[in-house]
Design a protein around this ligand. Structure first.
Ligand code: GLN
Length: 201
């Protein structure tokens, strides 16, 4: 069975572990380099990207994660996790670093101060059935993507109409919203399927 780690430095760790478990995956928190070695894939939770970046360096997992993602380890990031998987970050703190993995530019806290949090229904490529109810909390959006990036979802309506909020490049998936804060397992299932497919070669 493939094992999926959830980066457990800060943020929605327990929620991701629970949802991956409900999808039938073996999900474990990862905080140390030795723990990273035991997993086939990694989820980077929502939380605060500046804190996750700082703690990843302190816990000496920053370089190992960056390297494994670059080598093709499946990864999924929600919100702050999306920022961590971006090649380029706008409105970040000067000292914040990202693992990279998706050829995209994300803008931190993009939806603006007035709209700290909001919820909307989204169509997501690869997610069948009804639109997914998406929860955004001080979320980034994707400002631009390179040619190898698949855009999976865009916001429709309102000030952010057309903004990209879900992407995939190879084995890396990222969403600006938090499926882990809802009961909808479909995004986690999509990722668990990506992990199984990658393991099967
Ligand atoms: N604004 C946060 C950041 O920069 C992300 C918020 C979230 O993950 N809910 O990391």
């Amino acid at each position: 069975m493939t094992r999926i780690g959830v980066l457990a430095l800060q943020g929605d760790v327990a929620e991701h572990v629970r949802m991956l478990g409900e999808c039938g995956a073996d999900a474990v928190p990862v905080r140390r380099p030795e723990e990273l070695l035991t997993v086939d894939a990694l989820v980077i939770p929502g939380g605060e990207s500046t804190t996750i970046s700082k703690l990843a360096v302190e816990f000496e997992v920053f370089e190992p994660i960056r390297k494994r993602v670059a080598e093709g380890m499946p990864a999924y990031g929600s919100c702050a996790g999306m920022i961590m998987l971006a090649e380029r970050v706008l409105d970040g703190r000067d000292d914040q670093r990202a693992f990279g993995g998706v050829d995209m530019t994300v803008r931190r806290n993009a939806f603006g101060r007035q709209v700290d949090s909001f919820e909307t229904d989204l169509r997501i490529a690869g997610v069948d059935g009804d639109p997914l109810h998406a929860v955004f909390i001080r979320a980034p959006w994707v400002e631009s993507v390179g040619e190898s990036v698949e855009v999976l979802s865009r916001v429709t309506g309102g000030r952010a109409d057309g903004r990209i909020v879900a992407v995939r490049q190879g084995n890396v998936l990222a969403t600006a919203f938090h499926p882990e804060l809802t009961d909808d397992l479909r995004v986690h299932r999509l990722f668990a399927d990506m992990v199984r497919a990658a393991a099967a070669g």
